[in-house]
Ligand binder design. Sequence first.
Ligand code: FUB
Length: 336
Amino acid sequence: MKKILYSLFLFGAILSLAACQSKESTAKAELFDSIAPNPFIKHMYTADPSAHVWDDGRLYVYASHDNAPPRGCDFMDKYHVFSTDDMINWTDHGQILEAKDVPWGGVLPNGGTFMWAPDCAYKDGKYYFYFPHPSGPEWNNSWKIGIAVSDKPATGFVCLDHWLIGLPDQGEIDPCVFVDDDGQAYFYYGGGGKSYGAKLKDNMIELDGELQLMEGLVDFHEATWIHKKDGVYYLSYSDNHDDNWNDGVKGDNRMRYATSNNPLGPWEHKGIYMEPTNSYTNHGSIVEYKGQWFSFYHSSDLSEKNGEFNDWLRSVCVDKLYYNEDGTIQMVKQTR
Ligand code: FUB
């Protein structure tokens, strides 16, 4: 009798475990069955999305802002933060920082503000917002990486009168900060055809050692982004592809990636994971949210007029990203 009761109990337990598991996977599938259509921010032009999931369980996107009418990327003057907890409903938390709040910022003769692609990192109760900005009238020779700090993810950022790096002539744009599982933070930047990285000190506002060239990247243009999956480091970036190449590929910059077992490389180039959008540039981030990987990028869809797209009126987009069993990334399908 005891044996029968025990078997019944075991059978019941297995049944309820199976029911729980299938409920969980249905919930996951239902949650991301549909995501907001691209571009997912439509009330303003946005570019260069850096996506992070913070401890409050929300996914945040730190983006730069294109102004209409555009003049190249000269008049990008502020940053906004957006967040979601379901990939459908996005909240605009408003402006996080603008050019006039940068104490060391340069006044450019043409009025250009050049607040280019940013990133944000979290450490020990504080959020650090990193952004590239020129510090003098010769904008392309005076880039610095500035830092604004807050104890909240989307508001209260105060710009420091201090910059992380400021080396003339080195194309210091597109900062990216990656905090490893052991709490060690790494800083990267990437412009002018090269990507560099170094350890950050615990204070998050100083480098800990020399910047090193990221070796092994193929056709690097800009937009370094680091993420880690199953112990492997991934460095993704945009390449130099140009529509005028006449190589049968329509469109401009593509997204590529490389992997390493060390956050500072050397890297092994793995290939392209996103074909060009309808914008000249692309700038991406890759992040896991509630068990699904996502690829953030920008396109010019929102600026479409009579079939023409403006390269400098861009909008942030997101699509699901999938890995193969061997850790390589499948080509991302851009949904419109
Ligand atoms: O948005 C301005 C610049 O264009 C960014 O810094 C680059 O990554 C490219 O998207």
